[in-house]
Design a protein around this ligand. Structure first.
Ligand code: IMP
Length: 188
């Protein structure tokens, strides 16, 4: 049994979707942890260590962000704050002059931090490539989903169901890498 530390119900549902496929039990706890100033990797490592020491059981945390190339990787590690302040309309405004779809390249990055009692945290990376759309589309998902356009689906994340998004999202990729490592290591 692994405990996923998050206060975000969307993340819980997405993770459950992925864990079910591997028959691993996942429980959820929104204990919370201080997000250190730093990279996604720093946040995931320190969050996992903190929660594991607090609960004394194996935990995962996940830290993610949207990195927009034309904006020098903004909002990146500030994604949460920027979503609350500028919001999607603010991001679209910042990108008003960028017409060419290739120049609107963006990626979501996700880092899973895993920590078990008496060991050091491990981290696992996932990423998904896309473009910032020119308008908000779709009402599924959360935060930047409605402006993150995925070319091969011809849809934004906001237009995809949770099941569809969880087949190839940044979170799917980091969690899958973690689960494969976890299975390999718990068989030893
Ligand atoms: P967190 O710190 O991992 O919760 O992620 C920081 C912020 O990135 C969130 O508050 C969201 O604004 C954004 N974010 C992370 N993952 C997603 C996603 O799957 N869809 C849309 N926005 C996301």
């Amino acid at each position: 049994m692994i405990t996923f530390i998050t206060g975000n119900q969307h993340k819980v549902k997405e993770a459950e979707e992925i864990f079910q496929k591997f028959n691993i039990n996942l429980e959820h706890n929104d204990l919370g942890y201080n997000e250190v100033q730093g990279t996604l990797e720093d946040v995931a490592k320190s969050g996992a260590k903190y929660a594991c020491e607090k609960l004394n059981k194996p935990v995962i945390v996940e830290d993610a962000g949207l990195f927009i190339k034309a904006l020098n990787n903004f909002p990146g590690t500030y994604s949460s704050y920027v979503q609350e302040t500028l919001g999607n309309s603010g991001i679209l405004k910042l990108m008003n002059d960028i017409i060419n779809p290739e120049d609107r390249y963006a990626e979501f990055r996700s880092v899973v931090g895993y920590c078990a009692p008496n060991s050091e945290p491990e981290i696992f990376l996932g990423c998904v490539k896309g473009q910032i759309s020119t308008e908000e589309k779709g009402s599924f998902g959360f935060a930047y989903d409605s402006i993150f356009y995925v070319e091969k689906k011809c849809k934004t994340f906001g237009e995809l169901t949770r099941k569809e998004k969880s087949q190839f999202s940044h979170r799917k990729n980091s969690l899958k890498t973690f689960i494969e490592w976890y299975i390999e290591n718990s068989l030893e």
